[in-house]
Design a protein around this ligand. Structure first.
Ligand SMILES: [Mg+2]
Length: 191
């Protein structure tokens, strides 16, 4: 039985790449500055790096699974330019009926923790030593629901409306993914 590994769960839009309402074409995917280097630092420190992303555009009929695959191939291509390969991409295509960030309508759509729990099972991850990084309340709630040790909100995506974040347990707020990685590695320089 292999030892369980720590992970960093990464939201996609607004965390790794520039937030746009729906990214349906590869040419719309633009990595944020420093993202490849930040992921590389995590992996070199021993963290499994897994993207967990809500992609309701598929469920809403705005794009197909094949379109989503092409966008993720482009994400992989851009990261590979800096010799970085993600350890996994989990997505949920369910289309919700409400904009309430705390509403759970599907077990794998964030704020539900289902994608993180499935990744933990399939990739043999230790959630208690794992982190979640994202740009919305949904990301924070999903990480907390999965039992991650800490969750980090970054300012690179959706505008942060402070009052709605009272619905989450305490979390960390930092400027971007690079700052989040600095924080994680300062707490856990070796894993
Ligand atoms: Mg996001």
């Amino acid at each position: 039985m292999s030892q369980l590994r720590p992970a960093v769960f990464l939201d996609r839009d607004g965390t790794l790449n520039v937030e746009r309402s729906y990214i349906t074409r590869p040419e719309d995917l633009v990595l944020l500055p420093g993202v490849a280097a930040a992921v590389s630092r995590l992996q070199r420190a021993g963290f499994v790096c897994v993207v967990v992303t809500n992609q309701a555009g598929v469920g809403r009929g705005l794009m197909t699974h094949a379109d989503l695959d092409r966008v993720h191939a482009e994400l992989a291509r851009q990261l590979a330019h800096d010799s970085v390969t993600l350890d996994g991409i989990y997505f949920c295509t369910f289309a919700p009926s409400t904009n309430d960030q705390a509403a759970v309508e599907h077990p794998e759509r964030k704020p539900a923790p289902g994608m993180l729990l499935r990744a933990a099972c399939e990739l043999h991850l230790d959630l208690t030593r794992s982190w979640m990084i994202g740009d919305t309340l949904r990301d924070i709630l999903a990480g907390q629901g999965a039992g991650c040790r800490e969750c980090i909100l970054v300012r690179t995506g959706h505008a942060i409306e402070e009052e709605e974040f009272h619905r989450a347990s305490p979390f960390i707020l930092l400027d971007d993914l690079s700052a989040a990685v600095d924080w994680i590695l300062a707490k856990h320089p070796q894993v």
